[in-house]
Design a protein around this ligand. Structure first.
Ligand SMILES: C[S@@+](CC[C@H](N)C(=O)[O-])C[C@H]1O[C@@H](n2cnc3c(N)ncnc32)[C@H](O)[C@@H]1O
Length: 266
């Protein structure tokens, strides 16, 4: 099933920035601790977006590695390339559509990572088989995505403000079930690692900025809640009111990110 979704650079960078400013934990550090990467390895980062994970791998391995980042979105590839050039172009940035055969031979990589993206694949078992195919024997896949308890407050506030049901999200509705199962069926061993990061908002402003960057019309995931930009703005006013009331009542809003890291071994 083709998922009607597209990421935009602005929305993605806004959400990453808010995680960094209002959360106390560092997800990239958690990823690196979980993976314990060895120097000299060959990495493919699928759906690399603006290059966040490529940069982390490169810095952690102090350049002793071969990294390729691939994404379907040209705007995000340009952003990744911009960051790459700032570092002296240590990695490769390529167009890659994970709904199609990957442009690599069998058994090419030691690690294939795919952060916050696998659930947008049209045919998840196909994409996971492609990741498995391009891994060397003993190589690992690493995926991240939302667990069922993720951002409960965020969904509660939207439900209360709009009086509507949350549309089924490709990630939160399937990551810990369908996607975990597809990895477990393809790889010989899968481990689950959990990352929890409470984002603490003392003012509604940054929570609203995060909500805008999630619900934005451009991403196409939330359009069952509004018909046009006028309605979107009215909805945001209602969300602001509920968030503001909660902060006045409790002194803060704590939105906890609960992320699952699945590590599969070939
Ligand atoms: C939430 S972003 C995550 C980006 C990056 N991994 C990060 O964590 O910052 C999801 C990414 O999936 C990419 N994506 C969506 N459909 C794709 C496809 N068919 N093939 C490759 N990438 C895709 C988007 O372009 C976007 O960069």
């Amino acid at each position: 099933m083709k998922i009607n979704y597209q990421e935009t650079t602005n929305d993605l960078l806004t959400r990453i920035d808010i995680h960094n400013k209002y959360g106390s934990k560092d997800i990239d550090q958690w990823m690196l601790d979980t993976l314990d990467l060895k120097p000299g390895i060959k990495i493919l980062d699928v759906a690399c977006g603006g290059g966040k994970q490529c940069i982390s791998f490169y810095k952690y391995l102090k350049g002793d590695c071969d990294i390729t980042g691939g994404d379907v979105n040209q705007e995000l590839l340009d952003q990744a390339e911009l960051e790459n050039v700032k570092l002296g172009s240590p990695f490769k940035v390529i167009p890659l559509d994970f709904d199609k055969r990957f442009p690599f031979d069998d058994q090419t990589f030691d690690l294939v990572s795919c952060c916050f993206a696998i659930y947008y694949a049209s045919d998840i078992p196909f994409t996971i088989r492609e990741m498995h195919r391009v891994l060397k024997p003993g190589g690992r896949i690493f995926t991240t995505g939302p667990m069922p308890e993720n951002k409960k407050v965020f969904y509660d506030i939207i439900r209360e403000a709009t009086g509507k049901e949350i549309p089924p999200m490709p990630g939160s509705s399937r990551y810990s079930t369908e996607i975990y199962d597809a990895i477990a069926q393809t790889f010989s061993k899968v481990e689950t690692h959990i990352f929890e990061n409470p984002l603490i908002f003392k003012q509604p402003g940054p929570f609203i900025a995060y909500t805008r960057a999630s619900l934005s019309e451009d991403r196409r995931l939330w359009t069952s809640l509004f018909e046009n930009s006028d309605e979107f703005e009215k909805m945001m006013q209602k969300i602001l009111k509920v968030a503001d009331e909660r902060i006045k009542r409790d002194g803060e809003l704590v939105m906890t990110k609960v992320v699952g890291g699945f590590v599969g071994t070939k």
